[in-house]
Design a protein around this ligand. Structure first.
Ligand SMILES: Nc1ncnc2c1ncn2[C@@H]1O[C@H](COP(=O)(O)OP(=O)(O)OP(=O)(O)O)[C@@H](O)[C@H]1O
Length: 734
């Protein structure tokens, strides 16, 4: 009867717990809803405790029901639950004040039924939230770890239902575990006093039930916690990647690819893993620890006082060690990051390393960094050994003192021998809880450190972006550079372009030539709106390029560079990159125009063939033609060919050049070239030197004027002659 009553009560409680989770999630609802939810949770937890106590006190139900310590257990459960709720709400509030969480956002698209879709949708929402947060961040500077933690937990609010369930099971498991040693003591006393299996069976049954209940609750708790933080990880990574995608090009000049990737993978993982693990440990240990302490106090307040007196010594040792260990860990992380930087750079430039035969050199510099780390690891190991020695000795001394004094209490009849054993088990478990709580801080701070790094990027507002809205129906393709002065954000003091002005006319081919470093590619970058000039404007049809919408500008201006970057996807996906629902005929049309259709159809799976990482499964000329098709499919008005054929052999150059000749006259074309023979036929040749336009005109005009262009042409011809001389010399020797 009692079992049935308890089971029903427990089920009702679980149901109520789930409802509370839902109510807690309603942030924008009236405060009364939240108050009601909190009240319901408290009532629900009181009922749980009552039901559990009734179930667990099978052996001495009548005698124990009226004892004051029974009441204290109920208070403990309520207080811990209330603590969890308050912590939750406080952190949420703190975070809200920083991030000004705005829930009146409009949702885009019709909500997908799939869980993943919902999460991604949520990520989209978070993105808007992030924008809002970034703006607010200029007003409110948040730096404290608490704020970061609060903000992170605020991200979890989307999973409040799941977390409520996890916390509920956490409390159930803690309560069950706290009761187990009590029944160990009862079991021992029943053997010592009654020496009968009948009395012994009851506490053993209680232990079995408690162990079963606690293991089930632990399983659910762990599973739900892991799921919640996996969802958090998904959301944060998605938001971070979207934020990265919005950054200006200068951001990628300034930041090492390895650092960015490390934030995206290592830091996000560390953040969610460490925080989920430590929040879990913290809540479990504090709730369970409070319960254990109540039991210990109840068994013998005198023994508990001995423990309280000895505890500060152990705490002090942990604190001192913790500080030192934190410092060492930071140093180890910095050295490891430096070593990783070397490894990443070396592996990504393996061909260069091999061609300079510097494998050993790179391995040595990597080893040098590892050695520095090893020295720190040695210090860590020594510190750890000292810590273990001192803390173990202090713990042992405390245990011996308690054992000695406890023996005295048993001998003088103040407690039973079973109670002393229970006390010892509580002591050991409390020690574990305290150790866990102490280690939580370090783990949590590491997680917070990783979170701060992630949020630094998430909060970053692009310094320059195509924020414009212009998207006219027609685009003639007239490009004007007007008095451009430009310095790269990474080197703001060095002007790369100094008062550069020129015009690119629709249907004309304009060539940009000049010595290396004169600023030709920088002009192309400005036309692509990758950077903003400090003075002057780059105009497309009379309007500055940054006033056009991002999508529009890049559909009208296409760049084909010296080393086109293809993605490890199929040929078709590479050609239609950034576009959706493109009919196959359009893809074939673009490929045909780019002289690529024939070679694509000869590939093993035609347009479905994967091109490999960075297009390595295609030849240079094939890659270039796929890149041309990718540019043409967007029907751009302005084409920029930045050394488009310079990396190719004569055969490939010829095929690619043919593809380019097919399309040149339909667009405004800007050709950047080193090999002057390729620009002879251009309508206008602009010659640049040290950031200035020094001359312009047709090939014959420039040759006639005898300026820089003429000198460059002569130098190239001489270079070829010299090569021919060398070849002739070789022939004669052989
Ligand atoms: N992302 C960057 N950040 C800082 N400086 C840069 C960046 N890109 C180029 N520069 C500098 O700007 C100057 C002009 O470079 P740019 O690439 O425009 O010259 P270029 O005429 O195209 O040279 P080349 O013909 O060798 O490609 C160079 O001194 C170069 O070091």
């Amino acid at each position: 009867m009692l079992d049935l009553w308890g089971t029903v009560l427990l089920r009702v409680c679980l149901l109520l717990g789930a409802c509370i989770g839902v109510s807690l999630n309603k942030e924008d609802g009236p405060p009364r809803v939240a108050a009601l939810a909190t009240l319901t949770l408290i009532i629900c937890l009181i009922v749980i405790t009552y039901a559990l106590t009734k179930l667990l006190m099978l052996t001495e139900l009548d005698s124990l029901t009226h004892q004051p310590w029974h009441l204290s257990l109920i208070c403990w459960t309520c207080a811990s639950s209330l603590g969890v709720i308050l912590l939750w709400r406080l952190l949420g509030k703190e975070s809200n004040s920083v991030s000004s969480h705005n829930s009146s956002r409009s949702r885009g698209g019709g909500g997908g039924s799939e869980d993943t879709e919902k999460l991604v949708e949520t990520a989209g929402e978070e993105e808007q939230e992030v924008e809002c947060e970034s703006r607010k961040k200029t007003k409110v500077e948040q730096s404290s770890s608490g704020a970061t933690l609060g903000r992170l937990l605020n991200y979890c609010r989307k999973d409040a239902e799941l977390l409520s369930v996890a916390v509920l099971f956490l409390i159930i498991s803690a309560v069950c575990e706290a009761f187990i040693p009590y029944y160990y003591g009862k079991a021992i006393d029943s053997i010592v006093v009654h020496q009968s299996m009948e009395y012994f069976a009851k506490p053993v049954l209680a232990v079995a039930m408690l162990a079963l209940g606690s293991s089930l609750a632990v399983g659910v708790r762990e599973g739900v916690f892991s799921l919640t933080f996996a969802r958090l990880n998904l959301r944060i990574r998605s938001v971070l990647f979207r934020t990265l995608m919005r950054q200006e090009i200068a951001f990628f000049d300034e930041n090492h690819t390895g650092d960015i990737l490390s934030r995206l993978s290592a830091d996000t993982t560390q953040m969610s893993d460490l925080i989920s693990e430590n929040v879990n440990i913290f809540l479990t240990s504090t709730i369970k620890g409070a319960g254990l302490f109540i039991f210990m106090f109840r068994i013998s307040w005198k023994l508990t006082m001995v423990f309280i007196m000895g505890f500060p010594v152990i705490a002090l040792i942990s604190k001192l060690y913790g500080e030192y260990y934190k410092k060492l860990t930071k140093e180890v992380q910095t050295t490891l990051a430096e070593a990783n930087k070397i490894a990443e750079e070396t592996i990504s430039a393996m061909r260069t390393v091999r061609s300079f035969a510097n494998e050993c050199g790179e391995a040595d510099s990597y080893y040098a960094k590892l050695l520095v780390m090893f020295q720190l690891n040695k210090k860590e190991a020594l510190a750890y050994a000292c810590y273990m020695w001192s803390s173990c000795s202090a713990e042992l001394a405390l245990e011996v003192a308690i054992l000695y004094y406890g023996g005295h209490l048993v001998v003088t009849g103040q407690i039973t021998s079973g109670a002393l054993i229970s006390f010892f088990i509580y002591l050991l478990e409390l020690g574990e809880c305290l150790e866990s709580v102490a280690s939580v801080y370090t783990g949590l701070m590491q997680g917070v450190g990783a979170a701060e790094k992630v949020f630094e990027y998430v909060d970053r507002k692009p310094k320059h972006r195509a924020d414009g809205t212009e998207a006219p129906d027609t685009c003639a393709g007239l490009v004007e550079f007007k008095e451009i002065t430009f310095a790269y954000p990474t080197r703001p003091d060095i002007d790369i372009l100094k008062g550069v002005s020129f015009t690119l006319r629709p249907g004309e081919v304009t060539a940009l030539v000049g010595p290396s470093g004169s600023g030709k590619s920088s002009c192309a970058s400005l036309l692509e709106n990758f950077y903003l000039p400090q003075q002057g404007h780059v105009l497309l049809d009379g309007k500055p390029v940054h006033t056009y919408s991002h999508d529009y500008l890049h559909s009208k201006v296409a760049l084909i560079s010296q080393e086109p970057m293809l993605f490890a996807r199929t040929v078709e996906e590479n050609i239609t990159y950034g576009l959706t629902d493109v009919p196959m005929e359009t893809v074939v049309q673009a490929a045909t125009k780019a002289n690529a259709h024939d070679f694509i159809t000869a590939l093993p799976s035609g347009y479905e063939t994967s091109v490999g990482e960075k297009g390595t499964q295609l030849s240079g000329g094939q890659k270039q033609r796929v890149a041309i098709a990718r540019a043409l499919i967007r029907k751009p008005r302005v084409l920029i060919l930045d050394e488009a054929t310079s990396a190719l052999d004569a055969e490939s150059e010829h095929t690619v050049q043919q593809a380019l000749n097919n399309i040149m006259r339909e667009h405004t074309v800007l050709v950047i070239a080193h090999r002057l023979s390729t620009v002879e036929k251009a309508d206008n040749i602009i010659v640049m030197d040290k950031g200035h336009v020094v001359e312009q005109g047709s090939h014959s005009q420039l040759m006639a004027s005898g300026g820089l262009y003429c000198k460059l042409v002569q130098r190239q011809i001489q270079g070829i002659e010299t090569q021919e001389d060398v070849l002739n010399m070789c022939d004669s020797i052989s």
